[in-house]
Design a protein. Structure first.
Length: 281
């Protein structure tokens, strides 16, 4: 079965029923970490070749297609690790990675999608959003950073926006890395006990942790309202990093396979060019 079918957030999906330690589609292995490392690097080679075709095709003509990976997770959910281990296998030349933190003053003066639109990948590129416009219905909803009636309208706005993107040639791969509260505690404890990880520790994360249930509810609303036909959400169980890396790589591979990419045909006379090269020696 396709990973995308196993992990797609379909109608009636309950986040609370998805085991963050689960490994859908992967049967038990003797050494799952090693298996995943090998598998992810094999998939990585395929991803790089798809990416090259995407890039070449956009360069050669007017192919508007591009792929956008949207990553969302609770703090310590593994977004950065996913970028490093999975996204890191793409050619940086055709890659655009953007992280979204708390909006700046300038960003706040614009509609919430303004900074998102400015960060979209050009045709031929793979884009990655490390957090995204969904923060505007997650942290913003949990803390009522804008009035309820304002954030409540955003689900439909987001759906319209994403449908437009898909119409313009975007393939959206929206991934929620789903960790348990206990796993977050462990990862926070790890950061505290290792001086080389202190830079990753943010005291505010403990405050947000206090709103765990509210965040789960906000994520549930995202899955209910914004997992559309055009741009579905995928929930990746992420307590096990080896599974997370494998699943995101597999989802990207399936998205690329759906594009049926091919190298563009040469727009020059091949025989003639070979002759010209010979004659030039
Ligand atoms: P990470 O994404 O791994 O937490 P970080 O801690 O280095 O990375 P920050 O620059 O602190 O990143 O930004 C992340 C914080 O910004 C998160 O707490 C997130 O909820 C918040 N944030 C992102 N978008 C918005 C938004 N639209 N409104 C308010 N807060 C936001
Ligand atoms: Mg943070």
């Amino acid at each position: 079965m396709l990973t995308s079918d196993l992990l797609r957030a379909g109608p009636g999906v309950r986040l609370a029923d998805i085991d963050p330690r689960g490994t859908p589609g992967v049967t038990s292995r003797k050494d799952p970490k090693q298996w995943s490392r090998v598998e992810v690097s094999l998939i990585g080679a395929e991803l790089a070749s798809h990416q090259e075709m995407l890039y070449a095709d956009a360069k050669a003509g007017s192919d508007p297609r591009r792929v956008l990976l949207v990553l969302q997770a609770m703090d310590c959910g593994g977004k950065d690790g996913t970028v490093k281990n999975v996204v890191g296998q793409f050619d940086p030349l055709g890659l655009r990675i953007v992280s979204f933190g708390a909006p700046t003053k300038e960003e706040l003066a614009h509609p919430f999608l303004w900074r998102i639109k400015n960060a979209l990948p050009p045709a031929g590129y793979v884009g990655v959003f490390n957090r995204s416009h969904y923060e505007d219905v997650l942290i913003v909803r949990v803390h009522d950073l804008v009035p309820r009636r304002v954030w409540a309208r955003r689900y439909d706005t987001i759906n319209r926006f994403e449908a437009e993107l898909v119409g313009e040639g975007y393939t959206l791969v929206k991934v929620m890395l789903h960790i348990s509260k206990e796993e977050q505690r462990k990862r926070l404890a790890d950061r505290l006990s290792d001086p080389t990880k202190h830079w990753k520790y943010n005291p505010g994360d403990i405050d947000e942790r206090g709103y765990w249930d509210d965040y789960q509810e906000a994520y549930q609303a995202v899955l209910d309202r914004c997992s559309t036909e055009a741009a579905p959400w995928y929930v990746v169980p992420a307590d096990r990093k080896w599974y997370r890396n494998y699943a995101v790589a597999a989802l990207l591979r399936e998205a690329f396979e759906g594009l049926n990419l091919k190298y563009p045909k040469a727009d020059f006379d091949l025989k003639n060019e070979v002759k010209r090269l010979e004659a030039s020696m």
